[in-house]
Design a protein around this ligand. Structure first.
Ligand SMILES: Nc1nc2c(ncn2[C@@H]2O[C@H](COP(=O)(O)OP(=O)(O)OP(=O)(O)O)[C@@H](O)[C@H]2O)c(=O)[nH]1
Ligand SMILES: [Mg+2]
Length: 229
């Protein structure tokens, strides 16, 4: 898919401030500093679209970007950075949970995972929460340029093995680098396919029509949950 236009729409502090849910939407989430904003910029070929920083905690609000005037990309605040007791930081914080569980037009949540490190329990717990809430998601292993191939493969295999302890099948997986632009074509192709599943009544001209939450066929989740917590 070709991205012809990418425009910042607004920053929202909560679900009710978000733009009308009148078109397919894709959100990027993951631990602080994992590369959410950078990935959005890479997909849109615009380094200044979403604000990035080497200091964790840069993105604090729900940021909507309108792509080709027909779907939304959303940059979400990172999890796991809040200075909260350990027992509290793994669950969705209020902004994230309100958005993720009740945004009717959310087609897919891309969960970003840092490919440089072994599986982190905070990511596993986050994914577990998504499963419990039946929120469709895909995995994106980021910063693949920053680590040797062998270590990267082993981190990714370990991660997938952990997922398979809880799920019957793997979600769609992508591997990205903002340096060599890898993963860009694959993610955009995936979005394009998902957009084709958008119900006919969902288009910008019919704002306010019946809400929908229609996941893409390819990530129909048949998750089986164990008592992870
Ligand atoms: N080498 C390399 N650096 C990356 C990549 N993706 C992100 N970075 C760097 O990682 C840092 C954090 O990137 P951000 O995109 O701001 O991360 P974020 O997940 O949006 O962070 P918060 O908004 O703080 O949650 C920046 O210094 C980026 O340049 C990548 O694929 N390769
Ligand atoms: Mg960010």
């Amino acid at each position: 898919m070709l991205i012809r236009t990418a425009e910042f729409v607004k920053s929202s502090a909560s679900l009710k401030e978000c733009p009308p849910p009148d078109r397919p939407e894709y959100a990027f989430v993951g631990r602080s500093n994992v590369g959410k904003s950078s990935l959005i910029n890479m997909l849109c070929s615009n380094k200044r679209l979403a604000k990035t920083s080497s200091t964790p905690g840069k993105t604090r609000l729900i940021n909507h970007f309108s792509i080709n005037n027909s779907w939304y990309l959303v940059d979400l605040p990172g999890y796991g950075y809040a200075k909260l007791p350990k027992s509290m930081i793994y669950t969705f914080d209020k902004t994230l949970s309100g958005y993720l569980t009740r945004r009717d037009n959310l087609f897919c949540v891309f969960v970003l995972i840092d490919s440089r490190i072994p599986p982190q329990s905070i990511d596993m717990r986050f994914i577990h929460q998504l499963g419990k809430q039946q929120i469709p998601f895909a995995l994106v292993f980021t910063k693949t340029d920053k680590i040797g191939q062998q270590k990267r493969s082993s981190h990714i295999s370990e991660f997938k093995a952990k997922i398979m302890e809880e799920w019957e099948e793997l979600p769609p997986c992508f591997y990205t680098s903002i340096i060599d632009k890898s993963g860009k074509a694959e993610i955009l192709e995936f979005v394009e396919k998902c957009n084709l599943n958008a119900p006919a009544q969902v288009n910008p001209a019919s704002a306010g029509s019946t809400p929908y939450h229609e996941p893409c066929d390819s990530f129909e989740m048949s998750g089986k949950y164990t008592n992870y917590e």
